[in-house]
Design a protein. Sequence first.
Length: 510
Amino acid sequence: MTTDSIRTESHIEGVRRPGRWLALSVLVLAVLLVAVDATVLGLATPFLTEDLKPSGTQLLWIGDVYSFVIAGLLVSMGSLGDRIGRKKLLLIGATAFGAVSVLTAYATSPEMMIVARALLGVAGATLMPSTLALIRNLFHDARERSLAIGIWGAMASAGAAVGPVVGGFLLEHFWWGSVFLINLPVMAVLVLVGAKLIPESKNPNPGPWDLPSVALSLVGVIGVVYAVKELASHGPTLDAGAGAVIGVAALTWFVRRQLTLPAPLLDMHLFRHRGFSGAVLADLLTILGLSGLVFFLSQFFQLVQGRQPLEAGLAELPAAIGAVTAGLVAGVVARRFSVRSVVAGGLAAVGLSLAVLTTLDQHTGYPLLGAALLVVGVGAGFSFTVTADVILSSVPKEQAGAASAVSETAYELGAALGIAILGSIVTGVYQSFTTPVGVPSDIASAAHESLGGAVEASGGLAPETATALVASAQEAFVDGLRIASGVGAAVLLVTAVAAWFLLRGQKLEK
């Protein structure tokens, strides 16, 4: 039998693998799990603030430590899945994710919450690369794979929609920890059903798992992100400089080590592919532009416009609807037109929508906000789905875990940087507001920590003074949100131009 006939039979077997769509339905539960967990945090933030009383800095850490840790470990976990088996790593990670969710739900202090979110990052790092890599090995036909990736992305967006709605319902009827316990039934289905339906896959000749590379990757990513966070929050400081030096040195060492190892943790030669590098860069900068804004938007709906948690969750629904719809048709549209037009056009649409949000004020009507969120969802759905397809189709299936990990690292690193930079802009502008006359210094100090803190602290003041304090705090928060929207818009529009050139000539497999 010739090599070509063997390849053809293998291809047909992959295309016709029995139960592949049922296996996909289980895989996307992991995506749903992570997306729900990320979105409910924004809704729960006002309640966390009231109960745990974190400082402004602690609140940012609660928001972004998950992304810090997951970004630092994704490449290592993607490579580990290639070695020990992606299904095995997925099931272990899902079990751990459920267990740590219980710890998060019952956190009794800001420090305990930060630690729990960090541990969730460790578990979460095993989930996303495993799901994408398994899709790459389940679907060998390019068009089927595009649809599968579209469904994968749509479920992430559906999680972004389900999270706020379910979370809002729970927050209105139970305590804030309940929003983390919703992970448990999803995780249980994933583990019990996935153990039977998902086929195992791994690299047949992976080589050893290089622990020094794991450590360098973790230290490098966390060091750089921490430096950016400190720089955005406090300007040039010794801590920021030390973080930057350590992070850059570790990442430089990591890259040099990968180029010399016979079986590297991450094959750096993947980045020679212009389409691969362009897609990764587009993902990173897109999430950077979006994430900080999304983190604070739930607080805007609740603490500025006075919506209940469930109503705030429903208000964010258009973004998820747009992303689900666009994700399902993105592969078809990219083949009909071109990869670069779909990705660049999607990014430009998101950028223009964020630019519209620079006109935001406390009384902005929902039609404008809903329309902007819908366009954001459509643009992001097109961009993320097509870039994920480009990244996966650029590498051999044996390296699917490592490639998926690079894609997810870009996503999580962008989220961490976005919350650090844009979140710090919002926080910095907010903390500069003028305290009304007659507010005691201890209440003023609490009010300047966060908007939730201002609302809670105002409860001990005379009605007129309380109203003035909350109004001043809300105005400062919205000022910060407008500036962050403008910065996010600029990042997205520049990224759209870069994607247009970097993805020139890039095509999806027929």
